[in-house]
Every structure is written in C-alpha cells, then in structure tokens.
Design a protein around this ligand. Sequence first.
Ligand code: ADP
Length: 619
Amino acid sequence: MASGGKLKISKNPGEVIAVIRRVLAENGRDYIWHYVFATVCLLAIAATTAFSAWIMRNVIDDIFYRQRADLVALIAFAVAAAFVVRGLATYGQAVTLAKVGNNLVARYQQRLFEHLLKLDLAFYSETRSSHLAAQINQNVVGIRDLLGMTLTSVARDAVSLVGLVAVMILQDPMLAMIGLLIGPPLVYTVNKLMRRLRRVTRESVDVNSRLIGAMQEATQGIAIVKAFTMEDQLSAKMAKLVADAEYRSNKIARVSERLTPIAEMLAGFAIAGVIAYAGYRATSGIQPPGSIFAFITALLLAYDPARRLARVQVGLERSLVNARMIYEVLDIEPQQGDAPGAGKLSVPAGDVRFEGVSFAYPGGERVLDDVTFDAEAGRTTAIVGASGAGKSTLLTLLERFYDLDAGRITIDGTDIASVTKHSLRQAMAYVTQHPYLFEGTIRDNIRYGRPDASNAEVEEAARRAQAEDFILQQPQGYDTPLGENGITLSGGQRQRLSLARAILRNAPILLLDEATSALDTQSEARVQQALDEVMKGRTTIVIAHRLSTVIDAGHIVVLEHGRVVEEGTHAALMAAPSGVYARFHSVQSERGLGLVDDVKAPAQPEETTADVRADRRKA
Ligand code: ADP
C-alpha cells in the first residue's frame, strides 16, 4: 500500500457519497432492520425535541396568561411523556447503532485479513507489514462510525433541526428570518475547514502507522537492537516520529476545533438579534408572550443539533478517510490468479522439471536465465551456487509465488501454471532457512503441516523429526504455547519443529532451504537425522549449504548468475577439476564444515553480499 503522500485526496463531494454508498451497498442489507429501528428511535427523538419547544406556547399562554387550570394536568403529562419517550428512544438508537458499528468492524477486519492472505508475495515485498497492520487497525475503527454517524446526523439532528425551524417559522416568521441569517456563513466555514481536515487526517493515519510499526519492529528485533546497541539511534528516530504524530494530532484538533468559536459567535449574534427585535416589538405589547417563548425555546434547542450537524461533518470526514484507505487495500487485485478452468494437480511420481525458465522480480533485473534441469522423482537434487545466484528464487517459482517470464515448470509433465495454486502447494512441503513459528502451542505449530492430522500423527511426526525429547521437556509438553517467533526454542529445535511439520504434511515433493547458521555438533547430528527421515522417498530439492548434503545428493545443479553452469553427481563433477563445483569443493574441504554461501565463485563481483542484496531489493 502506498503511504499517505502518494494517495490522492479527493475534493469532490460526489466521492464522499460514493464511499458511503459503497459501504451501504456492501453491508446495508444485513443491517436493514437495525437501521429501520434506529431511524424510528431517532425520529422519535427529533419529534419530541420539536414538541418540547412547541408546548412552551401552551405553557406560557394557557397556564400563565389565561390561567386555564383544567389544562395544567394535561400539559404536564404531555411534557413528562415526551421526555420518557425521548429517553427510551435515545437508549434504543445508541445501543442499536453501536451493535451495528461493532459488527461492521468485525466484518472489515475479517475481510481485510482474508484479502491480505490472498495477495501475492510481490505486494509484501513492497509493503512494510508492520505499517500495514497498524494502518488497518486505525482505519477499521474509523469505518465503524461512518454509517452510524450519517444516520444519526440525518435522522436525529437534521430532522430535529427541520422540526425546530418549522416551529420557529410557524410561531413567528419574521423572527425566524433573523435567526436563520447565520446559516450561510456557517455552511461556508464548515466546507472550508473540511478540506484542510481531510488532508491532515490522512497524514495523521500515516504517521501513526509508521509509529506503531516502528515500535513493533523494534520489539520484534529486540535481540539485534541490543546486540548492536542501537537503542540510542532508535530512540532518536522514534522521538522524531512521536513528535510528528503529536504535531499532527494537535493540528487536527486546531482545525476541527476552529469550528466551535465560529459557531458560538454566529449563534450569539442570532440569539442577540432575535432578542433585540422581539424586545423592540414587545414594547407595542399586543401579542401574548407565548409564541415568543416557544420561538426562543426552539431557537435555543436548535443550536444543539445545528452544532452537531456542523461537527458531524468533521467526524464524517475522518471516517471517510479511514474508509477510503481501507478500500485502497481491498481493491488491490491479487495478481496471479489460477488459469481459467485450472484443474487439480495430481502427482503420481513427483518428477519436477524446469524448462528454459527465465525470471526477473517485478521491476528488477533478470535473476534466472534459461534454467533447465530435472529433479527426478524420489531423488535429492542439490542446488549449489554463490549467494545471489538465484537458488531461493528457484524454490519460490516452484511454489508459484511469482509467474515466469519464459519457459515452464512441470511436475510429472503437468505445467504448474495450468493447475490451481492450492493443489500445487498441497503437493509440496517447504522448509525455509528461518523456520517461522506461529502464535499457538507446539502441537498447533506442527499441525499446520496438515490440519486434519490426529494427535497421534502429530506426535509420530515429532518423533521422526527428533523433536519429541525436547518437546516433552517443556513445561506443558505438546501444549506449551510458543511466544512470538518461538523465542524460547533454540535454532536447532525450531528447525526440527519445522521438519516435523514437513513430515506431517507428507507431500511428495520437499523444498528445503538448508539453514546457514551453524549448529553445535550434537544439534547438527539430530537435524541431519531428521532431514534423512523427511527426505526418504520424496523428490527433494535442497539449497545446500553443507558439504555433506551436497555429497549425498543424487544430483547436483550448479548455478552461477542465474544460469546452470554444471550438473551431475558429486563424482562426475569432481572429475572436471577446473569446474566451478570442484573449486567450491576444494575450498569447502579446506574449511571443514563451512558454508557454500561463504565462497564466491571467481566471476562473482566482490560486493554481492547479503547486505548489498538487501539494499538492491529495497531499491
Ligand atoms: P540465492 O538464494 O542464490 O542467494 P536469491 O534467489 O535469493 O539468491 O536472489 C537472486 C537475486 O534476486 C538477487 O540478486 C536478489 O537481489 C534478487 N531478489 C531476491 N528476492 C527478491 C525480491 N523479493 N524482490 C526483488 N529481488 C529479489
């Protein structure tokens, strides 16, 4: 999603209506009876408000002026009844609208989450996920008020105002004219303020999201923050964001509160004008004072809904910004859908073939160039190459996280572009370098491999992944909750958990990005055992970082700058002593259990380190 600066700000009131209409069209039908009920309540509030002004005339004229004792009880009863109805109606509409509002929030949260899960990786590589989450949080709450506010302002305040104005005109048309003179300047001011407010609101949501996002990132990466003693730098950066957010909140307050003194002043003029004119006329003293009292009551009562109507614009404006920002996310189309009529992938054997595959990341340089190789069923194929050669990209393409620029990838002869992504991904288990553990228990985390697996199957998978002993040592065994990122587990343990997940998935094809971080010898041996277990009988494509994995692989593909430069078995590749692989191997052997990644192919430019790659990615 774009940041605030890039987003358009509409000056067009038609768009405001369009947003409300869209929110209504998408949700209105489900709430229709709630809205009908709330509207009835709001109309009752408006009617009783106007009635309480109207009755003033009878109070003054009949009770005090004409002294009609017979009417006292009736008028008193009518006033009491009006207030009872008003109280009940106020309660009814408030509860109903709150309920609808909360349900709307829940709906949009669910919708947004489902939509976010559908978006492709390309979207996420351009978006900071922590900002996105913060932005969504702020905006979803804003949308809650949109419909409730519109309805309240129209059905209660606008109708009250119309009713009260009607009372004023009926009681005294001339005075009404004077009182209503403030209308035009008020409307003009409100419109002018709104335009400024819209811009500031958007900026504020954006700054606040950056702020919340930065906090989230700092706490997530707390170990790195401390290790690199980044505290002071981060604090300084945060101080800027905090100050910026504070400044913008103050600006919103200044702009939106500016309305209050202006409205007060205008109202003061109107009331003073009415009193002056009425007082001047009273000197002629023919008319009973009831209608003047009714008029002034109506005028004073009208002030409240009028002020609220002017203010509701302010609130609406904020909600509209929120609603619009939500729709900007919801309107992002997932880019690679399934081909029309895509069938389910069936994998009788598990032969994977890359045929002339070329690929560049959106807006980037070519990463893979005419890559062709076979990963035969049931065999382990190791991908070897320097950092940045395109090894991980191969796996992401096989998962169809991105579409190819040229060539095709087949599984048992079927082009993966012609089947549903769901069935494709179900046929594979993907074990990444940095196993991600989700919020939940250990058991939940393994079960993500296959949701319908029984407890016994989960435990069996853990045993086979050499994970059971450390799981049983946890305070609650399989039901131990894992913190964010599974902070309580060691690297080797996390790897074994993710391997258990893969074993449970029992998919015919295994994609493995071997961890580069060195484990202690004992851990290493356990992970190796777990790996042997996972790879058994599956087509495995492994990005190999360890010499032993490479030597044991049935087939080795050597990648350099996105091209396949050599392939074959370990023995065959070693037979060509001047080849890239043989050079890798000799350096590796000298270093003992080093990482292939640490060794650059001679032709590789010196600066292609992980950091530079990260920078390029950002650029
Ligand atoms: P390897 O796994 O061999 O280290 P990668 O496949 O990760 O290599 O990366 C190959 C190239 O693709 C690198 O130059 C890297 O900068 C680029 N790259 C990787 N991921 C992305 C991405 N999400 N967006 C843009 N470029 C990327």
